[in-house]
Design a protein around this ligand. Structure first.
Ligand code: ATP
Length: 230
C-alpha cells in the first residue's frame, strides 16, 4: 500500500532522513521505533507532505505522492494523528469529529464511531479540553476514521496514558485493524507495540537500521532494546 524508497528529508540545512526505505502492506500494522530525535515524526510528516524539502519516492497504492500537496495526500485518505493529538480543545467532541469532513459516504459513520467508542457518545457535548488523556486519544483516533481514513499514522498514541488506558487503546487498534485499516505507528512502548504490530522498523539518526517481524521481535527483544538504549 505504501512504498518508500530512498527518502531524504531536510529541515533547512539539516539533513534528517537519509535514504529511508520502508513499506507497509494493506492491512498491516507496522511500528517504527527509535530513540528521541531519530527522525520518526519527520518520517510520518514526510508521508503527509508536511516537510518542505524531501527527495526520493513515496508511492501510495501505486501513485507517486512525494510532490503532492498535503491537501491532495489527505484526500487520498492518508491520515496522521500527531503526538499532541491535534484535537480542538475549545470544540466539543461531536464538533471535533465532524469538522472538516466533506459530505459523502464513510466506512465509519457516526453510529459506528459511537459503537466503537461509546465514551465519545456519552461525552459528545463536552469540550475536548475537559476530556481525560485516554478520551482525548480515542477522539484523536476516531476523527480520521470518521473522515474516511484508509491509511492511518499514529505518533506515540500511548504517550502519557495510564496502563489501563494503554490496554484499551491497544484493543481498539486491534479492532480497527480487523476492519481492514492499514496502520503505521510510532511507539516507544515496546510491550504495547508487541500487542498490535506485525512488523517493526528501527530508525537511528535518520536511517532505517533494522527491520523485524513480530516473531523475530518476540525471540530477540533485547536487540531492539539495545537499539533504543533501554
Ligand atoms: P521524538 O521521539 O523525540 O519525538 P523523533 O524520532 O520523532 O523524536 P523528529 O521529531 O523526527 O524525531 O526529529 C528528528 C530531528 O529533526 C531532530 O534532531 C530534531 O531536532 C529535528 N527537527 C524536528 N523538527 C524540526 C524543525 N521544525 N526544524 C528543525 N529541526 C527539526
Amino acid at each position: 500500500m505504501l512504498e518508500i524508497t530512498d527518502l531524504d528529508a531536510y529541515y533547512g540545512e539539516s539533513h534528517i532522513l537519509q535514504g529511508v526505505n520502508l513499506s507497509v502492506q494493506t492491512g498491516e500494522v507496522v511500528t517504527l521505533v527509535g530513540r528521541n530525535g531519530a527522525g520518526k515524526t519527520t518520517l510520518l510528516k514526510s508521508i503527509i507532505g508536511d516537510i518542505p524539502r524531501r527527495t526520493g519516492s513515496i508511492r501510495f497504492i501505486g501513485t507517486e505522492i512525494i510532490d503532492l500537496s498535503p491537501e491532495r495526500i489527505c484526500k487520498m485518505r492518508v491520515c496522521f494523528v500527531p503526538e499532541d493529538r491535534g484535537i480542538f480543545s475549545t470544540l466539543n467532541v461531536y464538533e471535533n469529529l465532524t469538522i472538516g469532513r466533506a459530505n459523502g459516504d464513510t466506512a465509519w459513520p457516526l453510529d459506528r464511531i459511537y459503537e466503537y467508542f461509546p465514551i465519545l457518545k456519552t461525552r459528545r457535548s463536552q469540550k475536548a479540553a475537559s476530556l481525560s488523556g485516554g478520551e482525548k486519544q480515542m477522539l484523536a483516533i476516531a476523527r480520521p476514521l470518521y473522515m474516511g481514513a484508509s491509511f492511518l499514522m499514529l505518533d506515540e498514541p500511548t504517550e502519557g496514558l495510564a496502563p489501563v488506558v494503554v490496554d484499551a487503546i491497544g484493543a481498539l487498534i486491534k479492532d480497527i485493524k480487523s476492519t481492514g485499516l492499514t496502520i503505521l505507528l510510532v511507539e516507544q512502548n515496546l510491550q504495547f507495540a508487541a500487542e498490535v504490530a506485525d512488523r517493526y522498523y528501527v530508525i537511528e539518526n535518520g536511517k532505517i537500521v533494522r527491520e523485524m517481524t513480530n516473531h523475530q521481535m518476540a525471540e530477540d527483544q533485547q536487540s531492539l532494546l539495545d537499539h533504543l538504549g533501554v
